[in-house]
Design a protein around this ligand. Structure first.
Ligand code: T3D
Length: 260
């Protein structure tokens, strides 16, 4: 698809939104290509980490507002159920960690998509703008769920209700991004993060994602039980033995593929 690039090398898939003239705003074909890309990559056992980024000066400006004005535009509830929700679900359900490399402004659903990722690293030129309020909408694509879990309810209410842009430095201060790097170093630093997580046991990483996701809404008892089940699976996988052997032999572990 012309507006989306997917490159895979050394176990890392890089997904790049590529409509720089429209600040990578999301059209129906682009959203569908993204859903396809995440679904395909999730099933690719050779891929151990995913980097999501934007071409040009923006990460993503959210819904393409030109498309919204076209005659016969899809009603918003349908658009959310058919495309935005499947997209953020696909990001969160991927067994591999998804790293948002936020190279510039992330607005509307572009911000929501960044919030849905597992890790966020930002260029010093990045900013988050919820933007929904200024066009008479409510935050969507999971932002009402993700944002308050990332920064706390009070800060999330401030960001969502005031529509104040959040600068890269402020995002780092409130824990919305892992760190901020100079723009010229973003791609390299995002890749370095991806290499770090890609070196871990893929099964353990997938289990960690699953447990964190479930733990966000479960009871303590449910979390304990899920940890017991997932740890049973992790403990029975050869990666556990390899991790212990590598520790004893004072060498880096060589983890294999996920079980199943
Ligand atoms: O609708 C549904 O299906 C429901 C789901 C909704 C999800 C959503 O995402 S709703 C929110 C949609 N997004 C926005 O409202 C953001 C609109 N954009 C902006 O507020 C600003 O452009 C930014 C804060 C993102 C960046 O500002 P700035 O000053 O750096 O850039 P700019 O000059 O405003 O934009 C540059 C170009 O990109 C410009 O085009 P031009 O004049 O050079 O031809 C602008 O029109 C275009 N652009 C920016 N955002 C969008 C866009 N074109 C289409 N859709 C956009 N969202």
């Amino acid at each position: 698809m012309a507006d989306l690039r997917v490159e895979t090398a050394d176990g890392i898939a890089t997904v790049t939104l590529d409509r720089p003239d429209a600040l990578n705003a999301l059209t129906i074909p682009l959203k569908e290509a993204l859903i396809d890309a995440f679904t395909t990559i999730a099933a690719d056992r050779e891929v151990r980490a995913i980097v999501l980024t934007g071409a040009g000066r923006a990460f993503c400006a959210g819904q393409d507002l030109q498309e919204r004005l076209e005659p016969g535009a899809v009603p918003l509830d349908v658009e959310l159920r058919d495309r935005y929700n499947p997209l953020v679900r696909a990001i969160r359900a991927a067994p591999q960690p998804v790293i948002a490399a936020i190279n510039g402004v992330a607005a509307g659903a572009g911000a929501s998509i960044a919030f849905a990722c597992d890790l966020r690293i930002a260029s010093d030129t990045a900013r988050f703008v919820l933007a929904f309020g200024q066009i008479g909408l409510i935050p969507d694509s999971g932002a009402t769920w993700t944002l308050q879990r990332l920064v706390g309810a009070a800060k999330a209410a401030e960001i969502a209700l005031l529509n104040e842009p959040v600068s890269a430095d402020e995002a780092a201060r409130i824990g919305l991004v892992t760190r901020v790097v100079p723009a010229a170093e973003l791609a390299r630093e995002a890749r370095a993060l991806a290499v770090r997580v890609a070196a871990l046991s893929p099964g353990a990483v997938a289990g960690t994602k699953e447990a964190l996701e479930a733990g966000a809404t479960s009871t303590f008892e449910e979390a304990l039980e899920l940890e017991a089940r997932l740890q049973g699976e992790a403990g029975a996988h050869p990666d556990h033995g390899e991790g212990i052997a590598a520790f004893i032999e004072k060498r880096p572990p060589r983890f294999g593929r996920p079980a199943g």
